[in-house]
Design a binder for this molecule. Structure first.
Ligand code: NAP
Length: 381
């Protein structure tokens, strides 16, 4: 029986994690969870999982009165306190945004297995995470479907690998030109063709920031350089990613887009049954179509090279600029195309340092968000 602490239980990944836990009651036991602002979801979750510890974003005496058997924690620090107290074996981090980094570090420092959906953790703090893992603290297992696919393929064979290949659905705007992007609205961007996800990642998919994140994550998870990580279009999101071997053969993970499959793999730490496909030549693979990625249509993905090669604070600046730009776009303060411009501006204005501490990364995050606020207001910098 594995005791689980779930951060972000009210979100898309959080809800699907609860589905998986509920389906396997002999193997998993929820001992604690967090929600952000959606405190109305607490009652329903408690009906299925009567936990003793919950963290919510804003302090509330009402909640303590309503649920007298629960010990509540509040705010960003509360997430870390929750991990420390709940006696879990695994922390599932399904938070969205930079707020996820510190709890990821806390989970590892406390020797927990970290099942990681929160992409922003590795993008902003990949070096800190890997340092803890090197010191023998905790264990990391990805939840993202692409990285789970790569994990599965590489666990069968990681010898003679030519490239690891991350697939991309192309997001909401895969069929329109850069010129046409100028007039797209948040409503257009939120229509993802294949996956139903939280708002931020859906916009990240449309802008291809999501794939940029995934390249950076793959570097920290599997140690492949930017040049050894390729992208390919798979419009149906049926092929979750592939490994190409030096003899031209491929191993790939396929299946209908359903995040409960990679979540289950993560909760079992890979110790569950799965099938992979192996082909001598990609032309043999007929079940779904794979196409070369268009780097000129989506130039943002090249930014992953800078983040990976130059390290330090570039990931933190990239992420903070993106988070703020996405929320400005969703509230119709900027155009979609400005997301990319804001990220470029912020990344090019980083005063980089090597081996940053968490505090250095946090300061860069704050600084970048202030910079974006000025850019959004139209201030000339
Ligand atoms: N959705 C997917 O299919 C998918 C796939 C792969 C990876 N991911 C990654 O997984 C992460 C979660 O994505 P999602 O789609 O599940 O997002 P989501 O639906 O927006 O859920 C995010 C969760 O984080 C909580 N949260 C947000 N800000 C918070 C804060 N400041 N303090 C405490 N809690 C906070 C939210 O709480 P409230 O809603 O209660 O405020 C919610 O529970 C992201 O990093 C995403 O990129 C998602």
């Amino acid at each position: 029986m594995k005791n689980i602490c779930l951060l972000g239980a009210s979100g898309s990944i959080g809800k699907q994690t609860l589905d998986v836990i509920k389906k396997h009651p002999a193997d998993f036991n929820l001992v604690a969870f967090s929600v952000g602002k959606q405190i109305n979801k607490i009652e329903g979750i408690l009906e299925d999982f009567p936990v003793k510890y919950i963290c919510v974003r804003n302090e509330s005496k009402e909640l303590e009165k309503q649920f007298p058997n629960v010990k509540f924690f509040f705010g960003d620090n509360g997430l870390n306190e929750l991990i420390g107290i709940c006696n879990c074996d695994m922390v599932v981090n399904a938070l969205v945004g930079f707020v996820g980094l510190k709890p990821s570090l806390t989970a590892l420092e406390n020797n927990k297995v970290l099942a990681l959906a929160n992409k922003e953790t590795l993008v902003t703090g990949g070096e800190l995470v890997n340092k803890l893992l090197k010191e023998g603290k905790g264990k990391l297992i990805p939840i993202d479907s692409e990285h789970v696919a790569l994990s599965k393929c590489l666990s069968v064979s990681n010898e003679n690998v030519d490239k690891i290949v991350i697939t991309a659905s192309g997001g909401a705007f895969r069929k329109i030109s850069r010129e046409e992007l100028k007039d797209v609205t948040p409503e257009d961007a939120l229509k993802h063709p294949t996956w139903s996800m939280g708002q931020k990642i859906t916009i990240d998919s449309a802008s291809m920031v999501n794939k940029t994140f995934e390249i950076i994550e793959a570097y920290y998870l599997f140690g492949y350089k930017y040049e050894d990580i390729e992208l390919m279009f798979n419009y149906e999101s049926f092929v979750h990613s592939l490994v190409r071997y030096k003899d031209g053969s491929y191993r790939l993970d396929e299946g209908k887009p359903d995040m409960r499959v990679p979540i289950k793999y993560a909760l079992y730490e890979g110790a569950c049954e799965y099938d992979l496909v192996y082909v001598n030549d990609l032309k043999e693979y007929k079940k779904s179509n794979l196409y070369p990625f268009d780097y000129d249509r989506f130039p943002i993905v090249r930014l992953a090279k800078k983040v990976i090669d130059e390290q330090g604070l570039y990931g933190a600046a990239f992420n903070a600029a993106n988070e703020e730009a996405v929320y400005a776009f969703l509230s119709k303060k900027i155009k979609f195309t400005e997301i990319e411009n804001i990220i470029d501006y912020c990344v090019n204005n980083v005063d980089n340092i090597q081996n940053p501490s968490y505090e250095d990364i946090r300061k860069c995050d704050v600084f970048t968000r202030e910079l974006v606020a000025k850019l959004v207001k139209g201030e000339r910098l």
